[in-house]
Design a protein around this ligand. Sequence first.
Ligand code: SF4
Ligand code: SF4
Length: 471
Amino acid sequence: MSTTPQQSLYAAREPIFPKRVKGYYRTLKWWVMAVTLGIYYLTPWIRWDRGPNLPDQAVLIDLAHRRFYFFWIEIWSHEFYFVAGLLIMAGLGLFLFTSALGRVWCGYTCPQTVWTDLFILVERWIEGDRNARVRLWKSKWDMRKWRLRIIKWVVWFMIAVATGGAWVFYFADAPSLAVALVTFEAPSIAWATIGVLAATTMIFGGFMREQVCNYMCPWPRIQATMMDPETLTVAYRDWRGEPRGKKRDANAGDCIDCMACVNVCPAGIDIRDGQQMECITCALCIDACDDIMAKIGKPRGLIDYLALSDQEAESKGKPAKKVWQHMLRLRTVIYTALWALIGIGLVFALFIRSDIEMTVSPVRNPTFVTLSDGTIRNIYDMRLLNKNGEDRTFHLSLVSDEILRIELEGTAERTIIVPANETLLQRVYVSARPSDPAATVDRTDLRLWVEDMTSGERAYKDTIFNGRAAQ
Ligand code: SF4
Ligand code: SF4
């Protein structure tokens, strides 16, 4: 009986030990990391005075009251179109940057990249640079290896907990929640959220790293549709670098095959093999190669930001296009125009929105009621939303071409007090005497007005009054 050897369908991950690199793009990435992490960790602690009865946290997602506070802007749940608009702008921004600069989002600002970079930085501080980490990885589990690994995991864990902890501060008053966490009086949902986010940060940033980009994130597969031959991306000038080799002779290209570009790559790839899905366009290989070029006295840019059209032109001895020519294209202009259009629309909507929200719903079961003296009465449910931090008194009035009377349920007055940041439901009666035209015809248009008795701010809603003919 013959047996066929079984081939495993599973390929174990090859560990990657990115080497430390210095240069323009590395410095830029440090700055981006500092700014993005700074914004993330510190934003919940910024205070913003909105007056009494309102939270003084600049950025707050108030789930209990279904509101989002962003500095001076307050968005209520029924104004979700603002959030939808911002999400569309974020999507268009991603399309714009990808069509101009490839996966620049992935390489510089994606949280997965930023936290992985931070975790690698910690790893380097504790275990040493690439060669030391390779040696440690290959060595047996002795006391030194355990000690270094445990220190690294503890620091990673602290970063992961701080990351999860910062997230929950966006959903509650940060100082109060911090005290509640320290005294173990925080709600269980806060602990659960911190736990889940700490675990995912540690696993994704510490252990999975580039595998999240390669196997979990759909963007590397989608990005190709956003890019074209004019998109600037990280590429190797093979017409200049080849034939590569350590041996220097008259035919040798500029690449000395030192592997510096490969050793610094967080994706573990060789950019000299051409564009690859795994490349996040972090440009660290550019820094590494520029450093080598400086050492061997060759011009920088063997690896560089290049468009496909530049590669074709340069390999034929023609000059590459200018950077602005790659940026300013029909596609990028359209994305920018759409992005700006939505942004202007949102800002406009923000400034024209009223502080009073009002809805009027006619009660149509029955359409109208006939009182004992023959008066025809229509009933309406009016909802008034007071977006201010103080109670407001509104006066209600009615405008119509016909004679109609208005009354409020439960009060002889025509004024309504709506508490601060509350919605109030008020039943409203509109009636016509038996002899009035509105009582006899099918329908009469009317407009209900409310006016803030202090500020004079007004709002209205149109509705109809049904007479006897509507039966
Ligand atoms: S090939 Fe270069 S740009 Fe691409 S991920 Fe590696 S180091 Fe970054
Ligand atoms: S760093 Fe530059 S010279 Fe060294 S292998 Fe990479 S491309 Fe060649």
